[in-house]
Design a protein around this ligand. Sequence first.
Ligand code: GDP
Length: 295
Amino acid sequence: MFDNLSDKLDKAFHVLKGHGQITEVNVAETLKEVRRALLDADVNFKTAKEFTNTVKEKALGQDVLTTLKPGQLMVKLVKDELIELMGGEAAGVDLSGSPSVILMAGLQGSGKTTFSGKLANFLKTKKTKKPLLVACDVYRPAAIDQLHVVGDQIGVEVFSDKGNSDPVAIAKAGIEHAKANGHNVVIVDTAGRLAVDEEMMNEISNIHTAITPNETLFVVDSMTGQDAVNTAKAFNDVLDFNGVILTKLDGDTRGGAALSIKSVVNKPIKFIGTGEKMDAIDVFYPSRMADRILG
Ligand code: GDP
């Protein structure tokens, strides 16, 4: 995960090796490499620039009274800024509703159905909740079957209505079913398309308006880098979602989406997907991710 970025940052810090103190020249040289590492990781240009400007100010600032060596100081400043960039604290999900309704949105193939299952499993085991999965992808019968397979695997009930072509009606019926059967969390899996289009946006927006979810989570494949960020922006403009789910981090050697999304849409990454299995889900902790990146 993010191996390229880790390697390149490590090389950037080597610039300061052997230097007794921080100077404008060695800071500039190091940060040039840091910026290059961020851009190679597919971090948005503006984000990378702001990042290095902030680190530069802090490194050269009067208030840096420290016994750290220049290399160590730079690692610390970069780490602090990476944490900030990824949102600072971990963000939870709102489970206060009765039931709490969680709407999943995102492109086809982003990992929505898989993640819906992972989240249901996570809530069931970690938070002793009784989730219900609701299948609202009315275009692909295979997607409904897939959710049933996932539900069977984790022992979570799936609500679907194969003959019904109205996702709003299915979502509402699913919530009623949850109320009648003691489910306290409802996870609504929706249809995605291969790219952002008006029809999909109208549909997800209609569902969103009709069911007023406690949480709307935008699911995106982290391997798509800047495209992930642009898609996040398009969905956020329509849904004003609560948080991002970054899937397929296990295959992402670059990390651009993880590092740019928060600064572009100002919404936290809440969970990450790290594999195809139902337990490959983690709460997103910016500090742990920064530790991982800096090795
Ligand atoms: P959807 O169309 O958005 O519902 O996407 P799916 O849930 O069907 O996922 C698309 C593909 O990505 C499937 O083959 C999943 O097994 C795979 N997938 C989903 N999440 C992850 C993940 O975190 N890591 C990996 N390696 N594969 C994933």
